[in-house]
Design a protein around this ligand. Structure first.
Ligand SMILES: Nc1ncnc2c1ncn2[C@@H]1O[C@H](COP(=O)(O)OP(=O)(O)O)[C@@H](O)[C@H]1O
Ligand SMILES: NC(=O)OP(=O)(O)O
Length: 312
């Protein structure tokens, strides 16, 4: 029987905010993923890039204002750079973990493009936070200096927001599927994929950052995954989150999740997009399941001991 296939989406706690943090954290990230591969799952790893793509963009924009500086680099190129930089650290950590366990496994990152609709209204309304967190005063100063929009991000500080169109199609999907079918561990669609539009029989990058959980849901469907696994900083999705009557959810059906969404149980910009991504996967693939849990407890969650499972 074929191995069960997982698409694993890694959140911010798997990578951190700086190159030093990332290099250190990826080793903690690789171990629970390799646990799952060792258990016999085929794994496609995808990851966020909000802090990283913002860091690259700001670095080149700032440098461009200085004598002898670099040119400013457009968003899609920054997205491609973030995939390379994160993929490089992640694949190194995975390779080290395979070697440590004596596993004969290969892992590689694919620079992945995701087609979006040029007419997506999201281009007119930036919502995706990228880069570092600032105080309200710092954000006001940056807004004035740059003309960029900053918003408060889930109680964590103020961040630059950019357009975040819906993912429509993953260009490199056939290649990803071939590699997974051949037993490779693939890192792909990082940062939701480099946003591109179809043009003149090819593709052209557009300035945006796609939500990685939305793209993970699309990837899981297109790669015929048995399960979409969203790994974040909490073991389970909660209702009444951070309130005295907080309750952890072991499972949710689509109908239950939609009711909780109506009640406003999942914070916009943090848990809501994850639950929405899970719903979009299980609605389009009713045989599939989605799981939201923490990176540290992924193996236990796959064994049904923790995590929140979402089913059609
Ligand atoms: N209802 C909820 N249940 C659990 N966590 C929630 C809920 N609402 C908001 N959160 C917060 O959402 C966070 C996950 O979102 P975020 O940090 O943006 O994701 P990522 O791991 O992709 O970086 C959790 O760590 C938690 O603090
Ligand atoms: N692209 C994306 O969704 O990145 P984050 O998860 O880091 O915000």
């Amino acid at each position: 029987m074929a191995n069960k296939r997982l698409v694993i989406a890694l959140g911010g706690n798997a990578l951190g905010n700086t190159p030093e943090e990332q290099l250190e954290l990826v080793h903690n990230t690789a171990a629970p993923i390799v646990d799952l591969i060792e258990e016999g799952f085929d794994v496609i790893v995808t990851h966020g890039n909000g802090p990283q793509v913002g860091m690259i963009k700001v670095a080149t924009d700032n440098s461009a204002t200085k004598v002898g500086g670099t040119p400013s680099i457009p968003f899609p190129e920054c997205g491609a750079m973030s995939q390379g930089y994160i993929g490089y650290h992640l694949q190194q950590a995975m390779q080290r973990e395979f070697a440590r366990r004596g596993m004969d496994k290969a892992c590689a990152s694919i620079v992945t493009q995701t087609v979006v609709d040029a007419a997506d209204p999201a281009f007119q309304d930036p919502t995706k936070p990228v880069g570092a967190f600032f105080t309200e005063e710092e954000a006001a100063k940056l807004m004035e200096e740059t003309g960029n929009k900053y918003v408060e991000d889930s109680g964590r500080g103020w961040r630059w927001v950019v357009a975040s169109p819906a993912p429509v199609r993953i260009v490199e999907l056939p290649l990803i599927n071939n590699l997974v079918d051949a037993g490779m561990c693939v890192i792909s669609t990082g940062g939701g994929g480099i946003p591109v539009v179809e043009e003149d029989g090819g593709y052209k990058g557009v300035p945006a950052v796609i939500d990685k959980d939305r793209s993970a849901a699309l990837l899981a469907g297109e790669a015929k995954a048995d399960m979409l696994v969203i790994l974040t900083a909490v073991d389970r999705v909660c209702i009444n989150f951070n309130k005295p009557d907080q309750e952890e959810l072991a499972s949710m059906t689509v109908a239950e999740a939609e009711k909780y969404m109506e009640e406003g149980q999942f914070a916009k910009g943090s848990m809501l997009p994850k639950v929405e991504a899970c719903l979009s996967f299980v609605k389009a693939n009713p045989e599939g399941k989605a799981l939201i849990t923490s990176l540290e407890r992924a193996k236990e969650a796959l064994a049904g001991e923790t995590g929140t499972v979402i089913t059609a």
